[in-house]
Write a protein that binds this ligand. Structure first.
Ligand SMILES: NC(=O)C1=CN([C@@H]2O[C@H](COP(=O)(O)OP(=O)(O)OC[C@H]3O[C@@H](n4cnc5c(N)ncnc54)[C@H](OP(=O)(O)O)[C@@H]3O)[C@@H](O)[C@H]2O)C=CC1
Ligand SMILES: CC(=O)[C@@H](O)[C@H](O)COP(=O)(O)O
Ligand SMILES: [Mn+2]
Length: 385
């Protein structure tokens, strides 16, 4: 029996992880869960999965949840300390990091230090501190198992081979809801339109990232750290059907792809059962039904976030942290309808330009750089409104 804790169990990845667990009750036991605000759903999850402990956003929510739980023995923690407690519970073997944003960084690092394997969905953690996280994982002999669909695909295509065998990886991108749009059409797009992803049903933040193509930019950085690649080994191709989840090109020119209908439960299940594969009843790929797979070059002029991420990774140091933090703040402001769609790349670019890049950062310094970027964005966007 594998004992699992989920950071962010009430979100899109969290609930799908619990669905995988529900379908494999003899294999997995839930020991820790966490939510931010949504204690209604967390309460239901506690009653179904009986975790040892859970965490919520703040003390008020924790007291409210405790009251609702009555005699149930589940311990309730709160805040970043609470999240870290869930990430490091003695009883857990594997932590699914399904919170959104760099809030996942400290709990992930602490989980690694406690020798927990990580099923990593929370890409922002690797974008902001990939080098430190991967070094810490190596030092503690901990597996970082990718959940992100493209990275799970690459991970599966790489099985049995090493870095020296490969020429490059090709990350596929759906193109998002605005694929084919030109700059003029994007000026006034609404939050509702931006959230309307053509292929995946995901949380708000990643849906907006897909619309700007920042998601693919973050995924380039995530791939660099997960697979120890150089920048020129990571390519992106638009593949609107989202059937090929990514590919690896080997040095003998053979290309291996991982395919399937877009369903996050597949990569989640693989991260949970790795290296085994177990049966499920998810929809089987019917290539005759799919009929056509197409590929396009990303439009980097219309969607500048991709270039910004490449540039942040090329220069390195604190720039990926700044890119990530500025983007997190700007996506939140866009969702609140306080800035426009193009303010996201415009202000991320400004933050990258104005930032004084630092190298060889500690976690504390990364947190400082993250704060700098968030403050910078707030100042600029308040002026703009
Ligand atoms: N959704 C998807 O298909 C995919 C997602 N990912 C990545 O997985 C991560 C999660 O994405 P997704 O599931 O879509 O996100 P959601 O917004 O659906 O869920 C986020 C989860 O994190 C919790 N949370 C949010 N903010 C905080 C906070 N400040 N402190 C503690 N907990 C918090 C939420 O709690 P509450 O519900 O209470 O707000 C919720 O449980 C992201 O990094 C995303 O990029 C990667 C590939 C695919
Ligand atoms: C499901 C998943 O992994 C997302 O990251 C997805 O890839 C987003 O789609 P885009 O390719 O549009 O960014
Ligand atoms: Mn992805």
């Amino acid at each position: 029996m594998k004992c699992i804790s989920i950071l962010g169990s009430t979100g899109s990845i969290g609930t799908q992880t619990l669905d995988v667990v529900r379908n494999n009750k003899e294999k997995f036991n839930i020991v820790g869960l966490s939510a931010n605000n949504n204690i209604d759903l967390l309460e239901k999850q506690i009653k179904e999965f009986h975790p040892v402990a859970v965490s919520v956003m703040n003390e008020k929510k924790a007291l409210e949840l405790k009251k609702r739980l009555g005699n149930i023995k589940t311990k309730v923690f709160y805040g970043l300390d609470g999240l870290t407690t869930i990430a490091t519970l003695e009883a857990s073997d594997l932590i699914v990091t399904a919170v959104v944003g760099m809030i996942g960084l400290i709990p992930t690092i602490e989980a690694i230090k406690c020798k927990k394997d990580i099923a990593l969905a929370n890409k922002e953690t690797l974008v902001t501190a990939g080098e430190i996280v991967m070094k810490e994982a190596k030092r503690n002999n901990v597996a970082i198992l990718p959940v992100d669909s493209e990275h799970s695909a690459i991970f599966q295509c790489l099985m049995g081979y090493t870095l020296k065998d490969i020429r490059r990886i090709i990350l596929t991108a759906s193109g998002g809801p605005f694929r084919g749009y030109k700059k003029a059409q994007l000026q006034d797009v609404t939050v509702k339109e931006a959230l309307n992803h053509p292929k995946w049903n995901m949380g708000k933040k990643i849906s907006i990232d897909s619309a700007t193509l920042m998601n693919k930019g973050l995924e380039i950085i995530e791939a660099k750290w997960l697979f120890d690649l150089s920048l020129d080994q990571i390519d992106v191709v638009i593949h609107p059907q989202s059937i090929i989840h990514s590919m690896v090109e080997y040095k003998d020119s053979s290309v291996i792809a991982q395919m399937g209908y877009p369903d996050m439960r597949v990569p989640i299940q693989f991260a949970l059962t790795y290296p085994s594969r177990t049966k499920n009843n998810y929809k089987k790929l019917n290539l005759l039904e799919v009929a056509t797979l197409t590929f396009e070059k990303p439009d980097r002029d219309t969607f500048p976030c991709l270039n910004l991420a490449y540039e942040a990774l090329r220069i390195g140091g604190s720039l990926p942290t700044v890119l990530n933090a500025a983007n997190e703040e700007l996506v939140a402001l866009f969702i609140q309808q306080r800035i426009g769609f193009y303010d996201i790349p415009r202000i991320v670019e400004l933050a990258l330009e104005k930032h004084d890049v630092q190298y060889e950062l500690t976690i504390d310094e990364i947190i400082q750089m993250d704060r700098w970027a968030r403050n910078f964005v707030k100042k600029i966007s308040f002026k703009a409104v």
